[in-house]
Ligand binder design. Structure first.
Ligand code: ADP
Ligand code: MG
Ligand code: ZN
Length: 626
């Protein structure tokens, strides 16, 4: 079989995504490889397809138990013989898997790095023909990464003890050069094919908000968006508080942080994976290796400490390629909290480094430019264009007359200059916004109180660009400022006024989604059927079919087995297993002659709360429900 045939037959996809074909080709021809691709890009397939092509067994080292379980379940449902070895197995289960391995029943074995040390493991490995060892989340091997795991250092030791060196593959979404270097060196990759794909996630919508009341902003969002989502908070206390309020307000919200007992944590995680809890409120302890594909939003209730963490956490939305929202609630207070945490370190170099990283994060929050472009630049990609799908791009970008605000800022700077003072932007803004202890007598003190800092910065930048302000690090008013102060010249700005226009963004989203309209009722019915099957088989719904596969069913309306196979995400085994039930349902629907009798619904809306489907069905009687 060719790689492409395997892609179709087992995974149900027609095309490889960027980077996949090259990596698969290298690995299946016994060349080492390193794949650096963003979350949701499809790294798993890069070792799963070669596993089916290579003669021996493939060992996948993976850091998280839940991730292994999901991946193995999904593989088995697709007809790939796979199993995992980790601490969640009972002794009997463990023995069973071990004897099945010896009997050659699996093509892929997932294993926790901690297990590589066990003598029994090495013994087993030496008796097997291992073709490929794939290291997932390979950044865990680096002490420079955020998620260093000492047990990952056992991997090279393990490999060295094998009679024949298998092909080695490493995959990660974290791409700093330093970490990449570590992966290279520690795993001793030999002449690896290195593939680094673009970091953009076009289906994700980015936005920064400065809500006066974060909780109100959150519930307002939740009212309109019924999909599954993560709310990240920076402290355990905040997690507790937000989760409790949400529950009191009737939301199915689980909570997750490192201070909770293991049992509650894994329960929370499962509730979220199995869609029993629509929302999980969590610290950054939650998420690595969470492969749930249908996360529709990630809201940061507090600003994270650096852009890299932010992109990784936010990137957990929309892994299925359907629209996802990444929204950050930002206040100056978050910056202070972050500074406080950073200053706790004993290591002065680390403090300096972390402050620099924090400063970048702040700049992301304050920028008036395209958020996606900011992010891509941060990761070293050059893009000139505005993305058109972030809060700043779809905000109200009409030219607005901002003369009055410009006059305020200019007269403020002029007054300071007359008092013999030139300050940097921050101090200058603090005074005009009434946030400073000094200059309380100045007539411009506090005259821009309550206005978003971002706007003040944006306008100051604009005035500097127009030559009304000199900025050499310290601000002073240029002579020409008098033109504006006297009212002879109007100042306009392309950018949003202080209140961001929620409406514009929605309309924009709607226009985006208009391309693919799908019938609401059918989609809902498919989801119900999927949930029914997931319950019978005791797996999360997305293991049966992703949302993207259901959307494709709505679009293609297959009536025969052949047509069903054409649906993206339907392979041979899934056809055999679920084809009949889904086809029965699809055949009941009238063919889409003359197009939709059901009112069409915009794809994006299906994930934004217009459609209530599973909500009313979610597990009131499941044994695991709380
Ligand atoms: P990563 O590990 O890179 O974050 P995954 O391997 O979990 O991403 O894949 C994310 C999603 O993309 C999965 O639902 C997977 O089935 C899907 N996917 C992967 N490759 C393809 C492809 N070639 N065509 C369509 N969907 C794909
Ligand atoms: Mg992965
Ligand atoms: Zn943009």
């Amino acid at each position: 079989m060719t790689a492409r045939e395997i892609l179709k037959q087992y995974f149900g996809y027609d095309e490889f995504r960027e980077g996949q074909a090259a990596l698969i080709d290298a690995l299946s021809h016994a060349r080492d490889a390193l794949g650096v691709m963003p979350t949701g890009a499809g790294k798993s397939l890069c070792y799963q397809v070669p596993a089916m092509l290579l003669p021996g067994i493939t060992v996948v080292v993976s850091p998280l138990i839940s991730l292994m379980r999901d991946q193995v379940q999904a593989l088995v449902k697709s007809g790939v013989p796979a199993a995992f070895l980790n601490s969640s197995l009972t002794e009997t289960q463990w023995q069973k898997v071990m004897s099945n391995i010896r009997a050659g029943q699996y093509k892929i074995i997932y294993i926790a790095p901690e297990r590589l040390r066990a003598p029994s493991m090495l013994e087993l490995a030496q008796s097997l023909s291992i073709s490929l060892i794939a290291v997932d989340e390979a950044h865990c091997i680096s002490q420079w990464g955020q998620d260093f795991r000492p047990s990952y250092l056992d991997i090279p030791r393990f490999v060295a003890q094998l009679a024949v060196r298998p092909v080695l593959a490493a995959f990660t979404a974290t791409a700093t050069p330093r970490v990449r270097e570590d992966i290279f060196a520690t795993l001793e990759l030999q002449n690896p094919l290195t593939v680094v794909t673009g970091f953009d996630r076009p289906n994700l919508y980015f936005e920064v908000k400065q809500p006066k009341d974060k909780y109100a902003a959150l519930t307002e969002y939740l009212k309109e968006n019924a999909g599954n989502g993560i709310v990240y908070c920076s402290t355990r206390k905040e997690v507790e508080g937000v989760a409790a309020r949400l529950r009191a307000d009737g939301y199915a919200a689980a909570r997750y942080h490192a201070g909770l007992p293991d049992k509650e944590r894994s329960q929370s995680q499962d509730d979220f994976l199995y869609d029993r809890a629509k929302i999980i409120v969590a610290t950054n302890a939650f998420g690595m290796g969470i492969d749930k594909s249908n996360v529709r939003f990630v809201i940061h209730y507090n600003m994270p400490q650096n852009v890299e963490s932010y992109y990784q956490e936010a990137g957990r939305a929309g892994r299925d390629g359907l629209p996802g929202d990444c929204i950050l609630y930002y206040t100056r207070k978050d910056v202070n909290t972050a500074l406080f945490l950073i200053n706790q370190s004993e290591n002065p170099d680390e403090i300096v480094r972390n402050k620099q990283l924090l400063n970048q994060m702040e700049r992301y929050c304050e920028t008036a430019g395209c958020l996606r472009r900011f992010m891509l630049h941060y990761f070293g990609e050059k893009t000139a264009e505005d993305c058109g799908n972030c809060g700043n791009c779809v905000g109200n970008f009409d030219e607005t007359d901002v003369t009055v605000d410009a006059q305020k800022i200019l007269s403020h700077i002029l007054r300071l200059n007359k008092a013999g003072k030139r300050f940097m932007f921050t101090h200058t803004a603090d005074i005009i916004q009434g946030k400073s202890e000094d200059f309380t007598d100045l007539s411009t003190f506090g005259i821009m109180k309550g206005v978003p800092r971002r706007y003040v910065r944006q306008l100051t930048n604009r005035l500097t660009a127009l030559g009304y302000i000199y900025d050499d690090g310290y601000l002073s008013a240029a002579p020409k400022a008098s033109e504006v102060l006297r009212g002879g010249v109007h100042v306009t700005m392309r950018g949003r006024a202080p209140e961001s226009s929620e409406k514009t963004r929605k309309e924009k989203h709607r226009a985006e989604a208009q391309k693919h309209t799908i019938p609401e009722e059918l989609f809902a019915k498919l989801k119900v059927l999927r949930l029914e099957i997931a319950r019978e088989e005791k797996v999360p719904a997305f293991v049966i079919f992703s949302d993207a596969a259901l959307v494709d069913m709505c679009a293609k309306r297959p009536r025969t087995e052949g047509e069903f196979l054409d649906v993206s995400g339907v392979g041979q085994v899934k056809l055999e297993r679920y084809g009949e039930r889904f086809l029965a349902l699809l055949r009941q629907e009238e063919p889409s002659s003359g197009q939709q009798e059901n009112p069409p619904v915009l794809t994006a809306d299906l994930f934004r709360g217009q459609v209530k489907t599973e909500d009313s069905l979610i597990d009131h009687n499941s044994p695991n429900a709380r």
